[in-house]
Design a protein around this ligand. Structure first.
Ligand code: IVH
Length: 690
């Protein structure tokens, strides 16, 4: 084995890699302008992880490898804000803005009055503290030391471990940047954590396929995520931080709001690009109208516009009321809503047999479209609203397009309805029994052959994100079922032109086009097929991970629980569902017919995790929770090797209770010694703590 490179070189190499990775993270997560692809980024990260694993003493908390770290042992601690996090007064129209503008001018006297107009992001505010690095005299910049939620405004919850996983938040700010901005090494940055709509949708799809209740909106979802006790989950949820305040010694940055936003940008924070300096109410309204028209395409939710007096001196002159600054105001968009009558409540049967009640509404025009139906989710939702058929309800459409029934209206013009809704005892489609399992919110149809399930399964199979068969919509599927042409998704591949030409509005050309689409779907690959099969709890991401792990359907079908659970994010509940699915004869036959039809059920196998590649471990003594075999398996699964005896080639000795002579030998050879926790840390991509 070659001599280890001189320490100086390693230090330099590690620093260079970190700088490079930070630059790419900034390009990707802050500027939205990546220069390299995921694979290249992963390669840089893996190189750094390997070097750090070999030199654990060089790991620093602001290394890009250290975003997902230890979890808080028992809940979050509370901490005091350096300065209260206030809230804002609201305005709902131009008149109210004009009143506010007048008051500002009166109080400002001769001081300048201009306003920064910013978007009001619909998330939750957090405060980030940056403090000097380990050696305050060495001018080494500032490190993120704490992230606090707003809490009651005076004290917040210390959610640092979760905040660190948000990639648009720098873990450190270099001394050079601070110097350039004439800032000390202790600063505080405040802003909004939001969940982008795409991340929100993905999360809810996943939750739905896992049988978990969906989050109501991105803000709740972001709030729930920040309070999750497992940082690795937070890291997966793709939260974004937009910075809007900078505090020095508990005081707002003295150069004013525009300079604050510019400085935050130079420091590497993501600052919302939609902002403007305005002076008059007309200009405010122009910005507001523009924001409202951009609202649907921003990719994250906003609920208004915030106007802030720009000059710091004027801000100070205006001061504060008890709960809000006089120098800022929130203009709130009014939710688009309408009142209409619930004509009926119908029940839909989904692919899994789940029964969903739907409000059939008297058509009402809300925010540009006519709404005539809205989901009522489940029996508890109806109970919560106290809804009866014939009631008038308020229907809202927020930033997203989905209409929501928010409340029952009762006044002189809107009398209460008089028909109670009771959940059907039999399936509306096949009249089989419906059941509600204990602790579950939903009723389900018990009939495995319910035609509604088959219809929804076919529609799901054909769906864009799944096998992507264009032209196989509801009308066509219904006819195929009515004529007995398909009894399972595999039958789609046996359809002929003659059969299709017989359907309503089908000519030769459209029949051929559909057949081509069906044939094309054979190449969708294993992950899509797995989604298409509709295995409970297996959504897009899980299907993708399973496909990458097993590479083909046979290996997946032959896997046992332990092998399944080696896949990231697969726990006992999901592995059980997969095992159950493939254990039924009908499903085995379905897979076989799909295979016989020529459907590709392979995927590119992902290289096994190489977290520990190149490292050799020697196990000695009894570990507190892992057996010797389990530890060995984990090491090997991560690309590492295990050996029976200590030599110069040993990278680590993992020592437990009553470790014997191997440990003495390791000490003699100065081989790093770690315990079980250290091993688990290495496996998680962190530096071991001992
Ligand atoms: S400034 C003194 N700027 O809105 C507190 N707040 O209704 C001033 N918000 O708690 C906050 N976008 O969570 C400010 N560009 C923005 C904002 C913003 C969203 C939130 C924030 C605040 C709430 C007040």
């Amino acid at each position: 084995m070659s001599e280890p490179a001189p320490k100086r070189d390693v230090v330099r190499k590690i620093e260079k890699l970190r700088e490079e990775i930070r630059r790419h993270e900034h390009l990707y997560y802050v500027l939205d302008k990546p220069e390299i692809g995921d694979a290249e980024y992963d390669a840089l990260m893996n190189e750094l992880k390997k070097l750090e694993a070999a030199h654990p003493e060089l790991v620093t908390p602001d290394s890009p490898t250290q975003r997902v770290g230890g979890k808080p042992a028992e809940g979050f601690k509370k901490a005091q804000h350096s300065r209260p996090m206030l809230s804002l007064d609201n305005a709902y129209n131009a008149d109210e803005l004009a009143d506010w503008d007048r008051r500002v001018h009166e109080l400002a006297g001769a001081l300048p009055v201009e306003y920064t107009a910013e978007l009001k992001l619909d998330g939750l505010s957090v405060a980030l503290s940056y403090q000097p690095g380990p050696d305050p005299n060495s001018d080494s910049g500032a490190r993120l030391t704490m992230g606090l939620t707003r809490g009651d405004g005076q004290t917040g919850e210390d959610v640092t471990s979760n905040i660190r996983t948000i990639r648009s938040i720098p873990l450190s700010i270099s001394a050079a940047k601070l110097k350039k901005a004439r800032l000390p090494q202790s600063i505080e940055v405040r802003g909004e954590v939001v969940m982008p709509e795409a991340a929100f949708q993905r999360l809810n799809e996943e939750r739905e396929s896992e049988g978990l209740p969906a989050f109501v909106n991105p803000r709740n979802s972001a709030a729930g995520t920040l309070r999750t006790l497992e940082p690795s989950i937070v890291a997966n949820r793709r939260l974004v931080f937009f910075a809007y305040f900078l505090l020095v010694d508990g005081e707002y940055f003295a150069a004013g709001q525009t300079a604050t936003l510019d400085t935050l940008t130079t420091l590497g924070f993501r600052v919302n690009p939609h902002r403007h300096l305005v002076s008059t109410v007309d200009e405010m309204m122009k910005f507001i109208d523009k924001a409202e028209s951009q609202r649907a395409t921003l990719g994250y939710e906003i609920d208004g516009v915030v106007l802030k007096v720009d000059a710091h001196a004027t801000q100070q002159r205006l001061g504060y009321t008890g709960r809000a600054p006089r120098w800022a105001i929130a203009y709130k968009f009014t939710a688009k809503a309408g009142i209409t009558q619930v004509k009926d409540i119908t029940v839909q049967v989904g692919r899994t047999g789940k029964l969903t009640p739907v409000a059939e509404l008297a058509p009402v025009f809300i925010g540009g479209t006519t709404v005539s139906r809205a989901t009522l989710h489940n029996a508890d939702f109806i109970l919560g609203l106290g809804l009866r058929i014939g009631d008038y309800v308020k229907v809202e459409r927020g930033g997203d397009v989905i209409p929501k029934v928010v409340e029952v209206i009762e006044d002189a013009d809107h009398p209460r309805g008089n028909r109670e809704f009771s959940f059907p005892l039999v399936c509306p489609e096949c009249h089989s029994k419906v059941v509600r399992e204990e602790g579950e919110a939903d009723y389900r149809c018990v009939n495995a052959n319910c035609p509604a399930k088959l219809r929804e399964t076919l529609l799901h199979f054909a769906h864009r994100g799944v096998m992507n068969i264009e032209g196989l919509g509801e009308a066509v599927v219904q006819q195929l079922l009515d004529r007995g042409l398909v009894r399972s998704v595999a039958d789609l591949y046996a359809l002929t032109e003659e059969q299709l030409v017989g359907l309503d509005r089908f000519a030769e050309k459209s029949a051929r086009a559909l057949l081509e689409q069906i044939a094309g779907s054979k190449r969708a690959g294993l992950a899509r097929v797995l989604m298409g099969l509709g295995i409970r709890f297996v959504g897009e991401r899980t299907a993708e991970l399973l496909a990458q792990e097993f590479g083909n359907i046979d290996d997946l079908m032959n896997a046992n629980a332990e092998q399944l659970e080696r896949v990231e994010e697969v726990g006992p509940r999901i592995s059980q569902a997969i095992l159950e699915f493939f254990s039924t004869a009908a499903n085995q036959a379905l897979v076989k017919s799909l295979k016989d039809a020529g459907v590709d059920m392979t995927a590119e196998k992902k290289q096994r995790s190489a977290q520990l590649a190149g490292l050799t471990f020697v196990l000695t003594g009894t570990l507190p929770t892992l057996t010797r075999d389990e530890a060995k398996q984990k090491i090997e699964a991560a690309g590492g090797k295990t050996a029976g005896s200590v030599s110069k080639k040993t990278s680590y000795v993992v020592a437990g209770e009553e470790a014997g002579s191997k440990l003495d030998k390791a000490r003699e050879l100065k081989i790093p010694e770690i315990d079980e926790a250290g091993l688990l840390a290495l496996l998680a991509g962190q530096a071991p703590s001992n």
